[in-house]
Design a protein around this ligand. Structure first.
Ligand code: NAI
Length: 248
């Protein structure tokens, strides 16, 4: 008996990286998994097959999470094809780093729209379904820099701080209706997003981490499983840092 048997999870930006690890973790615990990404290519189709190997229903949807109308359409499709949406993970995210003095309006808008407005889009579309079900768990992927800030990432940090405020507000608005909302704040996790950092930068990061290693997508997925399942049935409005102790 899996921790998520009979549940349907919808995860944004899950063709690879942390989102994919969460999808696999949920499938291994019995959840049906719908996920989105910008394109559903061969890699994403492989992800679908890996998920189906757990004996659950899985499907990838091509959709830009930053687009309000596309999101409404994809959520309607998932509801029709899966029957319910019990878990929503707002995971899609990008970086366009730069110091404030040199940051363009386009860099700011792109990161705020993909990282934060996308979560509004999905929460707005999914909560009517969760309200009718009288239960749901919403997980916003934030970041430690959303809690502590980071020079060179004012757009990204602001978007991730927004993800925390959004989760806390939804937790207050919808808690009485059986809907929980929490945020995960990963630290330095080894994925395509961090692959572009130089070895020196990665070594510097690791020196600041008490556990002396970068995290894996699976480290984050384990916490996402806790927040999606009944193991956290009395946990709402919280931010859980998954950062090897980097920020205390
Ligand atoms: P990644 O770059 O490996 O994967 C992100 C996924 O989101 C990709 O599949 C990408 O195609 C998709 N995506 C991007 N824009 C999209 C859009 N508009 N609509 C739909 N999908 C879109 O990144 P990673 O590392 O797996 O990050 C996942 C989440 O975790 C992001 O929100 C990121 O900000 C957050 N995070 C990552 C950390 C890290 O160290 N890797 C640390 C803290 C937070």
């Amino acid at each position: 008996m899996g921790l998520l048997n009979g549940k349907t999870a919808l995860i944004t930006g899950a063709a690879r990286g942390i989102g994919k690890a969460i999808a696999l973790k949920y499938a291994s615990e019995g959840a049906n998994v719908a996920f989105t990404d910008l394109v559903i290519d061969g890699n994403a189709e492989n992800t679908v097959r890996e998920l189906e190997a757990f004996g659950i229903k899985a499907k990838g949807y091509a959709s830009n999470a930053a687009n309000f109308e596309e999101t409404q359409t994809v959520v309607n499709q998932v509801k029709e094809e899966f029957g319910s949406i019990d878990i929503l993970v707002n995971n899609a995210g990008i970086t366009k780093d730069g110091l404030m003095m040199r940051m363009s309006e386009a860099q700011w808008d792109a990161v705020l729209t993909v990282n934060l407005k996308s979560a509004f889009n999905f929460i707005h579309a999914c909560t009517p379904i969760m309200l009718r079900q009288k239960q749901g768990s919403i997980i916003n992927m934030a970041s430690v820099v959303g809690v502590h800030g980071n020079a060179g990432q004012c757009n990204y940090s602001a978007s991730k701080a927004g993800m925390i405020g959004l989760a806390k507000s939804i937790a207050q608005e919808l808690g009485s209706r059986g809907i929980r909302a929490n945020a995960i704040a990963p630290g330095f996790i080894i994925t395509d997003m961090t692959a572009k950092l130089s070895d020196e930068v990665k070594e510097e990061w690791c020196k600041k981490i008490p556990l002396r290693r970068g995290g894996t997508p699976e480290d984050v997925a384990d916490v996402a499983l806790f927040l999606a399942s009944d193991l956290s049935s009395y946990v709402s409005g919280q931010v859980i840092q998954v950062d090897g102790g980097m920020n205390m």
